[in-house]
Structure formats: C-alpha cells, structure tokens
Write a new protein. Sequence first.
Lengths: 482, 92, 178
Amino acid sequence: MLFPTIEFAVFFAVVFPITWLLNSQNTWKKLFLTAASYYFYAYWRLDFTLLLLLSSVFNYGAALAIDRCNDRRLRLATLWVAIVANLALLVFFKYWNFLVATLINVSSAAGWTVDLGFVELPLPVAISFFTFHALSYIIDVYRRVLPPTRSLLDILFYISFFPHLIAGPIVRANKFLAQTLGPRDPKNIRLGESVFLILGGLFKKVIVANYLATGFVDGVFRDPAAASSLDLVLGMYAYALQIYCDFSAYTDIAIGVANLLGYEFPQNFNYPYRAVSVQDFWRRWHMSLSSWLRDYLYIPLGGSRFGTVATYRNIMITMALGGLWHGASWAFLIWGSLHGAALVVERMLGITGSGESPARAGGEGAPVKRSPLASALGWLVTFQFVSLAWVFFRAPSTDAWLGYFTTMFSGRSWSTTMTPFVAVIAGLGALSHILPPRLFENLQRRYDAASLPVKVAVPFIVIYLIAIAAPAGIAPFIYFQF
Amino acid sequence: MKHVAPAALMPPPAAKPLRAAALVIYGTLALLALAIPQSLTNWLRDMNENPVEALALRGAEVLQSAAERTGVPAVYRHARDAFIAISGVEPD
Amino acid sequence: MLSIGLNDQQFIVDGNGQRTAWGAPDWTDKYRHEVDEFLKAAVESRAIVLLVGMPAMRDARENTAIGDKNAMFAAAIGALGDPNLHYVEPWRLRADGAETFASYGPDKSGRLVQIRTTDGEHFTTAGEDLAASYLFPKIVEALDAAGKSLDRCLGRQTKDEHQAGDRVSDDAGPAVHR
C-alpha cells in the first residue's frame, strides 16, 4: 500500500495504538509489528511474503553460523556463502533476464548461438532493499560490529519493518537491533519533526512529483526527438526535482512514521542539490545507500589504501555497481559510472567533498575554505552534471538518450509546452532547497510549543489543501521499482 | 554576553508525548473524515462487498449525511472545482 | 485507436451512481453493456474506431481476464457490423503458435531488448515501437476502407495533391509516403 492513501491511514490508525499498548510487552509488540509489516508487504503481493520470510530466516541462521566459526578462514568462507546466496536471489529475480539478453546479443554478434532461458517472474517489491539490509547484518556480525541475535523475531522484525521495507532508508542492523531490546520511551517521540516530515513528504510526492511527472516530464521523455530544445532542458531540471521530491518524500514519511512508533531511522537526504561537488552530492543524496556502498563495497575493495590507480578503480566499481543496483539496464550502469568518473576527476583535481581546498602543497596548514565564487562555480557545475546524468536514469534506451542530448544541444526550437501551472509546481518544489533549513526548524519549534488544537489544526489544514490540489490517483514512488 | 545553557534553547519536552501524538493523529483523521466524508464512502464502495465493509460503509454514509447537513463538505467540493478550473488539470 | 480493459478490474459506476463491484455476478454483463454503449456512440458519431486487443500478460489470471475481454470486444464489434468499427488482434511477439508473455524480444535490428516492463503488463519504449509498427498499417487500412486519406487526416497534402502542386491550408510537413 502507498503512504499517501486512505488504506495506509487506516492501517497506521490501527497499528499506532496497538504498538504503544504493547510497548511494555516488548516481545508481543515486536510480534505484532512484524505481523503488521508482513501484512503491509502482502498488500503488494502475497506470494512474496514467503521470499521475505525465507531470506530473513536464512540470514538469521547464517549470522549464527558465522559467529560460531572460530577458524578465520572458515568464518570468511561462511560469510561468502551467505553473501553469494543473498546476491543469487537478487540476481535471479532482478538481473537474470538482462544478463541472458546481453550474453545472447554479444554471442550473436560473435557468430555463436547461446541457448539460455528467460525467467518470467514478477520482481519482488523491495528486493534490493531487504537484500541490503540482510547483507549489512551478516557482514557486521562477521566484522564483530555486533553479535548475532539469538532472536529470530528480531531479524524478522528488522528486515520487514514496514516504514523502511519498500524504499528505505537502509537501516543498519547494529543501529536498529539495539532499539528492539526493550520497550521504547514515548519521550523519544519528536512530534513536531515527525509531523513536518510526513506533511512535507505528502506535499512533495502528491503535489510536486506527481504533477511534474504527469504534467511535463513524462511527455518530454516519451519522445525526446520531437520535443523542443527548451523543453528538453526544462525536462532535465524538472526530472531532477521530481526524483528528489519523490524519493525524499518516501523516506521522510518513513522516518516520521517510524518515530511515531518509537523507532529511529537515519536521515537519508540533506539538501542534495546544494552540493558543491559530486563527493558532496553523495554525502547528501540517498545517504543510507552511499554509506552502505562505502562500508560494504568500497572499503572492502581497498578503498583509498592501495594507491591512486587502485582508488580510482575502487571508486568506479562501487559507483557502477551502485548504479546497477537501481535496475537491470545499461542506463543505470552508465549513470553510476558517470558519477564514478566524476568522483575520480574530482580526486585528480584535488577537489574535496565539502568545498574546502586541500592542504597546501607540502601538507602544511589547515584546509582552506573555498571562496564564495569558487563554491558557486562548484555548485553550478555539480548541479549541471547531476541533472545531465539523470537523463540516463530516466530515459529508457540508448536511442532515447541520444535523441535527448542531440535534440537538446541542437537548439532546434525554444518554444515550451510547460504550462504556468507546472512552472508554479516546479517553483514550489525548488523552494524545498532554496528556503533556509532554519526556517523549517523555527516553524517546527513553534509547532512543538503550540497548543494541542493548533497541533491538530496544522496537519489537518495541510492535508486538506493537499487533497484539494491532488491529482486523481497516486502513482507509485519511483524507488519502488528498485 | 550572558551564557545560556543549550538546554534552555530546546523546546520543552511534551508533557505527555504519546497522548499528544495520538490526539494529533486521530484528531487530524477525524477532521478530515468530517471535511471530506465522500473520500471515505467512495473508498469503501470501491471494495468488494463483505460484512465488515458493509458495516463500515453504513457508518461512513451516516457520517457523510451528518457532515453534509453542516455544509462543510461543500467547501471542499467548491475548492476542488476552483482548483481544477484554475490549474487546468484533469477533472475527477 | 484505443486499447482498454486491464485497468477495468474494478467497480463499474453507472449513470445513476450505482456501483457494481469487480467480481459481482452481474459485473460482466454490466461491462459488456458499457462496451456496447461506447461502440454505439462511436457508430452514431461515424468515428472510425480501432479497438486493439490486449497483449499477453505475465500473470495467468490477468491473461485469462484479458483474453475474455478481447473476445467480448471482438464479439461486440462483430455484432454491430459497422464498417467503421474494427477489432484489431493484439500484438504478438511470435507470429504463430501460442502467445506467451515475454519480457525480452528482438527490436527492429534483431537485438534482444526489454520490450515489456517489470510489472508484466505494459510495454517499454522499445516494445511500444514494435507495437506501433504493427498497428500503423492497421490504421492506414481502416482509413483506406473508409475512403479517407491519412495525409488529409493529419492536415497534410495527400500524395496526389503534392504531385499536382496543390496547396493545403495547414502549414504542414511533406506528404506521408507509404
């Protein structure tokens, strides 16, 4: 079920009181929340709850088996078996057909015949997310970051917990499992923050992302060769805004909902389009994924510990696979590789993530903060690069990208099909980045200090206005397909 | 400059945060059900019939007719019509 | 030209606001009635209608449902017998034999590409290109049968007008040559 629907409102209205009524009986509470989460997942498709269950049980057992190994090599071998099993599941459902088609195409070009079958099975919703949750758990057990839990219920609960199940954020096992050990303190509910996250998420998804998609972006990307150059430029920026609003909306609502139930999720977005470098972008965009890739892929590959060439290689592999995680297509691989290449170029040029210049030659002195002009230039270049790269993410084929860029740079026509309404929506969406964060923080503080009637009136009025302006029907969140 | 302890700048913790959260959640849902009651009845009518759905639908219809007598749902309808007319989006 | 039915696995609302839930015993009859009313309205307006059957779906239940609907559409159009109404057999990946859902298929150059989306229902852009290539001749055929020119319908000069040097009132592109 989707967050901005009556179904979810009813679901949460039932889950919330029962969760807190059971709070002092932690095991029963976890059992209830796990059952509720499986119901939430089954709402998409019943048969895949079995897959979720099997994956959770397998990884529960794998972690115990890893921990039981005293021999270092056996411990590592057990970990690898578990990793391969998890990835095999992901590859089977998500990448098998893509790999088979690629192999057949390559073989055909070489004059060989390859006879491999395709798998026509539905792609389980959230498989990329729950696989990454499982991997983080077993790897952290191997690294002795946390002991394996003896409670199967805790693993079932961790992997299936409905706020993060479908589209993140990717919550680390060591952070979440610590929260399952006992009752949650209601004083940890940050009502103002949760309400603002949920309301902001609803506005970004229901209004901004939906109308940008249906009112402009979908049309431009459907047939780029027929669009004007201006429409293609605007379409590129509009999609950048759409995907940010769509994805951050989901995780904002997830974080807010989890907090109302007493659980803490990590922040997933931090004004990514304010980034002054691509490194900075990846510390602000889908932060839970980028930190996962850093900790479980980049660093095990060697990180930056084995010289310049190895570092560049590790960056490229991490970002290429990070792109491929989003979907089985060359488009995602190219998108990830572009970001990898940009990160490599930044390293070559000595550009750091935060906009600071590296220490002066000779290693003396503290890093020097960039001048405002340099930061502005960094922001401009980064935003253009990120927006251009999104075209690969959104356009469905090689012909489509080629058509997009060829036509965009041809200067063929400067008319636009963007309506004033869509322009206003885009402007409202852009405000999410333009307005200073302290404005929202101030509003939140005022909300927290307000009387109860005001606390009720604010979400009512905001949702009422969203309902007035909402399009008929709500499209699924973009990241549901990953 | 007078030193102010950081805690003084933080908003006071809610006296009963769970109670406040519950009132906000259910108060909001209740107001929305009164202000836009047709959303609930339409949603229930879209479901395949079963005893629970039939009971809930009867309740929602009672709520809707009570709300309609106050004139409040009409405000939403007029506002929505005005929005559709101004924005040019597809009508319901 | 239209292709309908997959999203119709839901309630039907009639002119009085009465709802018939999906799965109700009289749902099929009511749906058939809606289809008939739509086609009769098309006949009255003398529109040329091509109702395209839905292609094979991955889900077996959906596949059965769309098969039933396709048969309903074909029967309804056949019963009316109007020369402007055409039922178009659904696009198929395989020229013969039983048609089953396939997420990958050859594009125009013969390269295997994804042609159906991961939801097991819709076409990807590459798939849409294949479907469009299949459907375009059907459009032309239907227009020819009705004595209409595709070029004129698109506001362009017909081939004959172009050769004769006649002008069209629209500022249009070159004639469509088939």
